[in-house]
Design a binder for this molecule. Structure first.
Ligand SMILES: Cc1cc2nc3c(=O)[nH]c(=O)nc-3n(C[C@H](O)[C@H](O)[C@H](O)COP(=O)(O)O)c2cc1C
Length: 335
């Protein structure tokens, strides 16, 4: 599949997730088969102002490629400057966020607020495409609310302006994350444009991924929440797309191994204090469904040092192993 000149090796992508898709998590997704990953959304204004914290959000390693840097904003000129700054860093593409529902972002006419004003969208896209030779993609919701569904119109507009691909999360801004993503709309947009359409929303299992391709005809599927603590979903969907149906699911021990590797990676970047605090939500996701998981999580979120995390997991594994010896009929469980 191609997004302008960028060729991606498979059609299952990691969604941009603010506060989550940092370098460490992107690498985890990449290693587990994601064909494309994105940074968290980055404020165009913040980048142009030169905030160090904002700039750090666009850092990535070559092992994360192909990678898209995602920007949000509301002023075409500022966006163009931000796009130039990002272009210097040479990611594989730049994505524009026209879907963020957060009050803080829409109040300043950014994110999903752009869906209310297609003239503004046109100005923003034109400014971004004109400021870089990298592929520019766009991520939208269905519309602002149920009475203003603009996904097809926006996609046609973006295509005409030279956008390389469009992601649709078919919920309105008003819905935020409630209800269900209306996949029918992805199929409708796919019929209206030639550029690749990336479907997004509510893919929680490998079978959901396959169903999204089948029901919408989308060119790629983008996965956010379904990959939390569960990056295996990328290679599982790729396997299903290749016609394999003997999916393998990770065991408790494999989940622990990955969680520890992810923790070490994040702490190497952020240090123990910040890294462990940011890792807490991931502990919850990786250990979801574990026997005795609630107790384990209560312990994990209080820890301040990597070696304590390692020994808590070791103890948990030791206890489970002795339990299995006592009750051999309870085999190593997959979740
Ligand atoms: C915690 C969180 C943070 C998000 N941050 C971003 C973001 O930075 N940029 C963006 O375009 N979408 C963001 N989204 C939306 C997701 O990319 C995606 O569109 C949405 O979660 C639906 O897909 P899913 O059902 O696979 O999670 C975020 C969603 C969540 C839950």
């Amino acid at each position: 599949m191609k997004l302008n000149r960028l060729e991606v090796s498979n059609r299952v992508f990691l969604a941009p997730l603010s506060g989550i898709t940092d370098s460490a998590f992107r690498l985890v997704a990449k290693e587990h088969g994601a064909g494309l990953v994105y940074t968290e959304m980055i404020s165009a204004e913040g980048l142009v102002r030169g905030g160090a914290k904002t700039r750090r959000l666009m850092e990535f390693g070559d092992d994360e490629r192909p990678i898209g840097v995602q920007l949000f904003g509301s002023q075409p000129e500022v966006l163009a400057d931000a796009v130039q700054i990002v272009t210097q860093r040479q990611p594989d593409l730049i994505d524009l966020n026209f879907g963020c529902p957060s009050r803080k972002v829409v109040r300043k006419n950014g994110g999903a607020a752009v869906l209310k004003d297609l003239t503004l969208m046109e100005g923003m896209v034109r400014a971004a495409v004109g400021a870089t030779d990298l592929p520019v993609t766009v991520k939208i919701r269905s519309g602002w609310d149920q009475t203003s569904i603009v996904a097809s119109e926006a996609a046609i507009l973006c295509e005409a302006l030279g956008v390389a691909g469009i992601t649709i999360h078919p919920r309105t801004r008003q819905q935020v994350f409630s209800g269900r993503a209306n996949w029918e709309l992805i199929g409708m947009v796919k019929e209206r444009v030639e550029i690749p359409v990336i479907g997004n929303g509510d893919v929680r299992t490998p079978q959901d991924g396959l169903r999204m391709f089948a029901e919408t005809g989308c060119d790629a599927a983008m996965i956010g929440r379904g990959a939390l603590g569960n990056p295996w979903i990328f290679s599982q969907i790729v396997a299903l797309l290749e016609g394999k149906d003997d999916l393998t699911f990770p065991s408790v021990n494999q989940r622990i191994d990955l969680c520890l590797r992810h923790t070490r990676q994040l702490l190497a970047i952020k240090g123990d204090f910040t890294g462990l605090r940011q890792m807490r939500k991931h502990f919850g996701w990786y250990t979801k469904g574990f026997p005795g998981g609630a107790q384990l999580r209560r312990t994990l979120v209080r820890l301040e040092r990597l070696q304590d995390v390692e020994s808590v997991f070791q103890n948990y594994q030791r206890e489970r192993a002795s339990y299995s010896q006592k009750f051999p009929q309870v085999a190593e469980r997959t979740i």
